[in-house]
Design a protein around this ligand. Structure first.
Ligand code: WTA
Length: 649
């Protein structure tokens, strides 16, 4: 293909002319480029229009085409003669294993689709999933997609309360769960939380509960419950997948935003599948015939949706899924799995890498990791030390590392190096992928440019619509516009700060809003604050993310107690403990504060806004910054005095 290279060039592009073409084509004919990516999928009816942006910021991609996401993930490979290729290599935490070929997975999914139909689920109905990392979870997701039902997966670590609000928000008709799952060497209950969520007549939209037997633990049995095996054993193994409109909703996934209530991010079918299959193929340099791929994300997060379920399966990959945590029975577990299955592409989060770093490189000693060729990172900025450790210890200094930046909202990877095309740099995500246009803008929305000193920093935005972009927030169109499109009209506001270095490579600087990142999990300060004030002792709460060596950020909460309630309250240490457990019960263990500090005042501006910056200084043990905008500057002195008196939890 003729035409100039993108102005910033690609370092070793001469060795990969195919990639040079990809960048060039995306620059010269963006929509043509995306249409070509979409056409690598199977369309029940082809599309003629690539993008309709007339209802911006709600995009319509490939809108007159018809497509089935499950057909693309399964049937297509079987029909192409690849039915005997292994799709899933399941490794359970207790060591049990199971593998599914594409043909096996298709048969099971057809059965599950028929079971859902028999329970009255129809196209457009919402189905909540509350599951461990087991093959049935993938099957259940694909079965929903197959019949056009909209899945809403709720991470198994969330509490019954969190599950209830998500079920209610989506008005789900069915919950699919399991008796329990294995975690940290023990069976932990899941159905129990579903029972809680549905108790006392709550979640009236739920008509049925399907229960997978995973652990065999005792469960209470209710009128709405059906065992998964019973529902599937009587279901027909034939099911013909129909094509749905490209803009048919595929799933809702709740994520944290700046305000208390989680947002139901909506993704639709054709564009999402185009985005995840294109990026999975390109960023991981996937060779489906020979690679063994493993992404360690739980399916409860977007990474599990895009890079465990839809991306890899749409591309016909063979992948490992693992139920447990990296430390059970020992920190050698993951490396044993890589050795056992000869994993060649591995995708994980920096928090895991930092944990391993702390344990030391002995965890891989004696393991044959020579099958690895690509290592991916996602979820939070990867610090250069962790990047180098990943490169040297896990990758034996010979694997390509891709640090991939994206979000629940973007659906698929937006910024990342492409293997063998870049001279990678520890800690930088480098460039937007072909087809993606980003900028970094200042307060006024003016793009900052790279300078010789490389100091230009600002807000990261995405400037053109992309196929896998969110189509909205479930049930809240105004919040969609307000959150992402109002700050810089016409540009998508990612919520991350970023800067260019002198080569024009992008470095992510973390969130610019009140979202905190704990081990790659997104939590909103407001969500935790509102859980805290629900406790009768708490009058006011302020939560900040304090730097943490392993988890990137840790939650530190400052609370003011209610004078009328604390007469019978125990000492501060016990209060701290009780409130931390309270938050775990309200939201889930991932939201448990590391520390709770009881204070008598919170630092506020004259307009009443809590100055988290100052609280962060306290939480991180730094000298307190500028207090001149505080309504009452003695507040910080009081907090500091209390701290130095050692009164914290
Ligand atoms: C952060 C996860 C730096 C970022 C896929 C973003 C990252 C939020 C990276 C989205 C990365 C994700 N470098 N920061 N490579 N990847 N983030 O929705 O702050 O759970 O806005 O999606 O994670 O988190 P989410």
């Amino acid at each position: 293909m003729e035409g100039p290279l993108p102005t910033w060039g690609i370092l070793t592009v001469m060795e990969r002319p195919d990639l040079a073409n990809l960048y060039r084509q995306a620059e010269t004919d963006r929509l043509g480029f995306w249409a070509e990516q979409a056409n690598r999928l199977y369309w029940h009816e082809p599309f003629t229009q690539t993008l309709d942006w007339t209802q911006a910021p709600v995009a319509r991609w490939f809108a007159d085409g018809k497509i089935n996401a499950c057909f693309n993930a399964l049937d297509r490979h079987v029909l192409a003669g690849n039915g005997e290729r292994v799709a899933l290599l399941f490794e359970g935490e207790p060591g049990d294993t199971k593998s599914f070929t594409y043909a096996d997975l298709l048969t099971e999914t057809k059965r599950a689709a028929n079971a859902l139909l028999a329970l009255g689920i129809r196209s457009g109905d919402r189905v909540a999933l509350y599951m461990p990392m087991i093959p049935e979870t993938v099957i259940a997701i694909l079965a929903c997609a197959r019949i056009g039902a909209v899945h809403s997966v709720v991470f198994g670590g969330f509490s019954a309360d969190s599950l209830r609000t998500r079920i209610d928000d989506a008005q789900a008709k069915l919950v699919i769960t399991s008796d329990g799952g294995y975690r940290k060497g023990k069976a932990h209950p899941l159905k129990d939380a579903v029972d809680h969520a549905l108790s006392a007549g709550n979640c009236p939209s739920i008509e049925n509960v399907l229960v997978v037997k995973r652990t065999g633990m005792d469960v209470a049995w209710n009128e709405k419950d059906t065992w998964w095996t019973d529902a599937l054993s009587t279901a027909d193994t034939e099911h013909v997948a129909e094509g749905f409109d490209a803009e048919h909703p595929l799933f809702i996934l709740y994520t944290s935003g700046t305000t208390g209530k989680p947002k139901g991010i909506l993704h639709t079918t054709g564009g999402y599948l185009t985005g995840v299959s294109y990026t999975h193929r390109t960023v991981f340099d996937l060779k489906p015939e020979s690679d063994v791929y493993w992404c360690t994300a739980d399916v409860g997060w977007i990474t599990g949706h895009s890079y465990v379920v839809y991306g890899p399966l749409a591309n016909g990959a063979t992948q490992v899924i693992y139920e447990g945590t990296p430390d059970i029975p020992t920190f050698e577990r993951w490396w044993q799995i890589i050795e056992k299955y000869k994993v060649s592409i591995f995708y994980t989060a920096p928090t895991a890498i930092r944990t391993f770093m702390k344990i030391g490189k002995e965890i891989v000693s004696g393991k044959d990791l020579s099958s690895l060729r690509i290592l991916g990172s996602v979820g939070e900025p990867i610090n250069p030390e962790a990047w180098l450790w990943y490169h040297e210890v896990i990758g034996n200094s010979r694997c390509e590392i891709v640090d991939t930046w994206w979000q629940t909202e973007t659906g698929s990877i937006m910024i990342s190096p492409i293997p063998f095309a870049f001279k990678t740099k520890p800690g930088s995500t480098q460039r937007p992928l072909p087809g993606i246009n980003t900028s970094i803008v200042d307060e006024d929305g003016t793009p900052v440019v790279q300078t010789d000193s490389g100091s230009a920093a600002g807000y990261l935005t995405i400037d053109e619509p992309w196929p896998s972009m969110l189509r909205g927030i479930w049930g809240d169109p105004e919040r969609f516009i307000e959150t992402y499109w109002s700050r810089f009209p016409g540009k998508y506001l990612a919520g991350d700060g970023a800067r260019y270095d002198r080569d024009g490579d992008i470095w992510l600087l973390g969130r610019i809003d009140d979202v905190i990142n704990v081990s790659g999990h997104r939590l909103s300060t407001a969500e935790i604050e509102s859980a805290l004030v629900e406790h009768h002792w708490v009058a006011e709460a302020a939560v900040v993310g304090a730097k943490d060596e392993v988890t990137e950020q840790a939650i530190v909460a400052f609370v003011i107690l209610r004078q009328d309630e604390i007469a019978d309250a125990p000492d501060e240490e016990t209060i701290g403990k009780i409130l931390r457990t309270w938050v775990t019960e309200k939201i889930g263990a991932i939201a448990r504060p590391r520390q709770i500090m009881v204070v008598t005042e919170l630092p506020k501006t004259r307009s009443g806004k809590i100055m988290r910056r100052l609280l962060r200084d306290v939480a991180e043990g730094r000298p307190i910054g500028d207090v001149t905008t505080l309504a009452d500057s003695s507040v910080m002195t009081a907090i500091n005095d209390k701290l130095s008196a050692g009164a914290n939890d």
